[in-house]
Design a protein around this ligand. Structure first.
Ligand code: 5RP
Length: 237
């Protein structure tokens, strides 16, 4: 099975959770894109759901597929969000933001009754941090904010290079919200809660990619099948 087949398998499993009339959050990234494709097929067959996308890319994809969209202004509470992740640990703590959509992804996840992660099993880690932690920052004061992040992270026991995300053409990567991303190569984040609190109080930091206490379940696809982490554990044989 290719990596793409695994992503689609996880997405297909998540589609089973979708019920008519649900208000859904739609994630961002290649795995979430499989979910949106599959959802589009169900909508074409008559499934009625209403969705909030977590990025302009997902919005465009959903619009192409004829999926009914809304906003958090119109629909501030959602039933279920399905999204990918860059890393998942056994406590369902996540690193997200590899696609740069972490701010909207976190707002949408927080607005949802349930958040379900879909990924191939390579995203499951013993300790978060090998994937560089994305931190969304405002443009003003970038160098000061970067130093502040470094100091706070070191106090939280996290050391490593902090680099600004760039596009292939050398221009700065800009999020859908007009901000920059700093990628923090901490390698091991032994105490994610402490780091999360420390980053959260830095002026200039808009949001960071540690998703703690947000995910309720993960579908992780491997060659042998889709593994479930979370409340459905007991139901799976
Ligand atoms: C985007 C994200 C994605 O969910 C994450 O990067 C995983 O993407 P992919 O499914 O392509 O591996 O957080 O901001």
């Amino acid at each position: 099975m290719s990596a793409d087949d695994l992503k689609r398998a996880a997405a297909a499993r998540a589609l089973e959770l979708v019920e008519p009339g649900m208000r859904l959050g739609l994630g961002t990234g290649s795995t979430a894109a499989h979910f949106v494709d599959l959802l589009g097929e169900s909508v074409a067959k008559g499934l009625d759901v209403i969705c909030v996308p977590t990025s302009e890319a997902t919005r465009a994809q959903a619009e192409r597929l004829g999926i009914r969209l809304t906003t958090l202004e119109e629909t501030p509470r959602l039933d279920l969000t399905i999204d990918g992740a860059d890393e998942v640990d056994h406590e369902l703590r996540l690193i997200k933001g590899g696609g740069g959509a972490l701010l909207r992804e976190k707002i949408v996840a927080a607005a949802s009754e349930r958040m379900v992660v879909i990924a191939d099993k390579s995203k499951l880690v013993e300790c978060l941090g090998r994937f560089p932690l994305p931190v969304e920052v405002v443009r003003f004061g970038l160098a000061s904010t970067r130093l502040h992040i470094k100091d706070q992270a070191e106090d939280a026991g996290c050391f490593g290079d902090i680099t600004q995300r760039m596009n292939r053409d050398g221009s700065p990567f800009v999020t859908d919200n007009g901000n920059f991303i700093l990628d923090c190569a901490f390698v091991e984040i032994l105490e994610p809660e402490i780091l999360s609190d420390a980053l959260g109080v830095i002026p200039g930091v808009v949001e960071h990619g540690l998703f703690l206490g947000l995910a309720d379940m993960a579908f992780l696809a491997a060659a042998g099948g889709v593994e479930v982490i979370g409340p459905l554990d007991e139901d799976e044989d």
